[in-house]
Ligand binder design. Sequence first.
Ligand code: SF4
Length: 269
Amino acid sequence: MKQVKGYIQRKSMLYKTRVEYGDYTMNHVLGCAHGCLYPCYAYLMKKRFGQIHSYEEWLQPYLVSNTLELSDKEIPRLKSNIRSVQLCFTTDPFMYEYDEIRDMSLAAIRKLNDAGIVCSVLTKGILPHVLASYSKDNTYGITLVSLDENYRRRVEPGAAPYKDRIEALRYLHEQGCKSWVSIEPYPTPNLIQQDLHEILKAISFVDKIIFGRTNYNKTVTAYSKHDDFYNEQAFKVIQFCKENGIAYHIKNKTMTKSLKQIIEENHEK
Ligand code: SF4
């Protein structure tokens, strides 16, 4: 078990996001020990606005100690406006091996569910089995961009091993929970040579797959065929999901051609 670096207090907890799929969110931790090197958008923003000064500092999480008190105050006021709460946007609610963060996340989800608010969870850690006893309207997701542990150690050094993430998600799915996987940011072949189909097969039990390219990494844009590559990979995701009855969403700007164009081109090959 790992210890948080310390504790901070915040003035508010629940807020509305402007992201593509999201309503309200909460971020009850500052920093993230997963240390993703895609790079992490949350880290870049915190650094830009002076809340974090270095990558090393980002890796040492601070828990917001008044999370539950703030939730108690804000939930009654906001609950009629909230469709769902996403955990989390700028940190990870089930940071790998941080039991104190896990326990705080579980307590917050419990409070939200008790007020009739649905939660959408996304992690690169391990989803606790106990979530199976929480609201069945919640959705539980993991990020999975590869199955190769060497790549995981390179780009998500502090996150949970891929296999363990998948098994925890599979358990919740088997218990009747809604499951999803975010395949984003999917790496281009100059970063790792891999077969997307193998990843899709490993998660074929899930209810939904979200697929997206990376927009931040110069190494990716240096790969001259990245548009064609992402069109092809998104097509594979769509085909796989249709064949297996899985819902899907391709993130904005991942495909530069319409599905119709890609299907026509594939027929011509
Ligand atoms: S898990 Fe999310 S918040 Fe944490 S470092 Fe990775 S991208 Fe950033």
